[in-house]
Ligand binder design. Structure first.
Ligand code: HEM
Length: 238
């Protein structure tokens, strides 16, 4: 009797397994760029806070070799360049990548007012999730759009600040154009202010992003969170 019961539940589990399909959602290059970007942003926030408010000072020494501020700044600039390259690569994927067609298709839903209302209703627990053309809903797409605006603002203002602390090579090459950007933004102090405020925009986005990732993992149960590690997402067939 017990054996029969075991067989029935095993069969049920197998049936359920067949009702689920797996799909390669994110290619390895996509996952790598996501995590390199995330790591760079975290390091830039930590080092950025230190640059804004140097809360620790090195132990006093008779040797002039305790350049802690310069050390924080150099790691900030190194990861500033890493972030710049990865963001350019991601922008290229979004605009031209063959596998990123579904990301571009999400633009269509932005112009559909019905999808906006349904999506807001879904978050308010009063309507079903809308059928989407792309991979992002309109609210999600706008949040990502604002995030990239902040990141590009951080990159541009970051380079204006960079030409003032590094004067050779690329620093020299970018000096004139960046000084023009600096004048357009209202001077160096203003550039630093904008750079700082944009950081808070990125922090707010990250909080929302992590919250939504956990929400999807818990309630939607399609492995959305796992997908950015393994690449694989799960869908129910019906
Ligand atoms: C997520 C991206 C970034 C964040 C969160 C960030 C954050 C910050 C913060 C908070 C400051 C201090 C501003 C203040 O004094 O209030 C700063 C300064 C600075 N950042 Fe960034 N930043 C980012 C990206 C970049 C990039 C892409 C570059 C370009 C290389 C860059 C280069 C600089 C430089 C040169 C300074 C000034 C250093 C100094 O004054 O000695 N940053 N950053």
């Amino acid at each position: 009797m017990k054996e029969n019961h075991k067989d029935a539940s095993a069969m049920e589990a197998q049936k359920q397994e067949c009702d689920i399909t797996q799909e390669m959602e994110f290619a390895p290059s996509y996952r790598w760029q996501h995590w390199i970007r995330a790591l760079s942003i975290v390091i830039l926030i930590i080092t950025g806070f230190y640059i804004a408010e140097p809360i620790i000072t090195p132990i006093a020494s008779s040797q002039p070799d305790n350049f802690m501020y310069a050390l924080f700044r150099s790691w900030h600039i190194i990861f500033g360049f890493v972030l710049t390259w990865v963001v350019l690569y991601k922008s290229y994927l979004f605009l031209f990548g063959k596998k990123n067609k579904m990301e571009r298709k999400a633009i269509k839903d932005i112009f559909n007012i019905k999808v906006w209302f349904q999506q807001i209703g879904y978050y308010l627990l009063i309507s079903k999730h809308p059928k989407l053309k792309g991979v992002y809903n309109p609210l999600q797409f706008m949040a990502y759009f604002a995030f990239y605006l902040m990141i590009f603002l951080l990159i541009i203002t970051g380079f204006v600040l960079y030409v003032h602390v590094y004067h050779n090579g690329l620093g020299a090459f970018m000096y004139e154009p960046m000084r023009a950007v600096e004048a357009m933004m209202g001077g160096l102090a203003m550039v630093r202010e904008i750079h700082h405020i944009a950081m808070w925009g990125v922090i707010l986005f990250m909080l929302g992003h992590i919250y939504m990732a956990i929400y999807n993992a818990v309630f939607v149960k399609e492995g959305a969170m796992d997908a950015i590690f393994s690449g694989i997402k799960w869908h129910k067939k019906h």
